[in-house]
Ligand binder design. Sequence first.
Ligand SMILES: C[S@@+](CC[C@H](N)C(=O)[O-])C[C@H]1O[C@@H](n2cnc3c(N)ncnc32)[C@H](O)[C@@H]1O
Length: 321
Amino acid sequence: MHQIPDESVDITFADPPFNLKKLYNNYNDKKSANEYLIWCKKWLSEMVRITKPSGSIFVHNIPKWLIYFASYLNEIAIFRHWIAWDAMGTPLGKTLLPNHYGILYYVKSKLDYKFYDIRMLHKRCRKCHYILKDYGGKKDQLHKCGPIISDVWTDIHRIRHKTRRDEHPCQLPVHLLERLLLMSSGKGDIVFDPFMGTGTTAIAAKKLGRRYIGIDIDPNYVEITNKKLKEVNATSINGCYVSVFLNKITTIQSNDWEKIKEGFDIPKTPLDLEKSEIKLINNENAKIKNMKIEKNHYYQRSNNQTLYNQKVNMLSHPKNK
Ligand SMILES: C[S@@+](CC[C@H](N)C(=O)[O-])C[C@H]1O[C@@H](n2cnc3c(N)ncnc32)[C@H](O)[C@@H]1O
């Protein structure tokens, strides 16, 4: 990180080891609290140094460490949010069930930082598919896509299934990173991750037309990342980058809705929308000109890759075939 010039990247995102005695190949995850925090301060200050004045700094960790990080970051950057990422925990004994991770969100300037309103799909009942929130008499004013995203994220799940992950103890889901990037950056911006693991941040950046720089101490993870990156293509509708997971939009930039809405089958009346979700139109029955959904490559480790891609590549732009 010392080699990276001051104020040269748009976004820095760090997901460091949590000092929880996890089994990494090249790293001892069992430091004393003091030793861990001294080490963290070093890279936190480097993150702030290399971020542009218009940029954002994100740090993912458990609340136990984030409270220290926040008190340090408050001195050198400007607090925006503590994003609570709801991800099921395991009981530790004599504690509340730890059910959220935190993502600290800091910026460097009071006014001139990049920020984009982002939307997700409406939350629905898994069985009857009705919108869960009661909008009372205002249902006719519902946004066709879904609400502006809050600072509590419950719709993105940790990768638990072995077939969807690499040989890494704590790989993050790509669409978590895509949400952060859509919120804080634009096309071509540079994203930096000092603890890249098996490449989640770089993959999200590439899928959204951003540039990326990543570091990991483990050469094996770097190799996996480079291999995966070769297979990743951008995901966009009518030229707008979107985050898609398992055929469904997970995040869009709100300003893009007017341009991308023709890529969806949208229920006609507020009552229909309450009952059923907007759906991406398949290539075969797309009636729209200029419809462009580039290959949505969501990486999967095993040799089921082709099968899985077929499942998620609901629409492939002819140029990508
Ligand atoms: C929590 S994991 C990051 C996982 C990543 N976000 C992903 O989704 O794959 C932390 C990573 O930090 C790496 N690491 C530990 N110490 C490091 C150091 N001093 N410099 C660079 N990487 C380091 C580990 O090898 C590990 O891959």
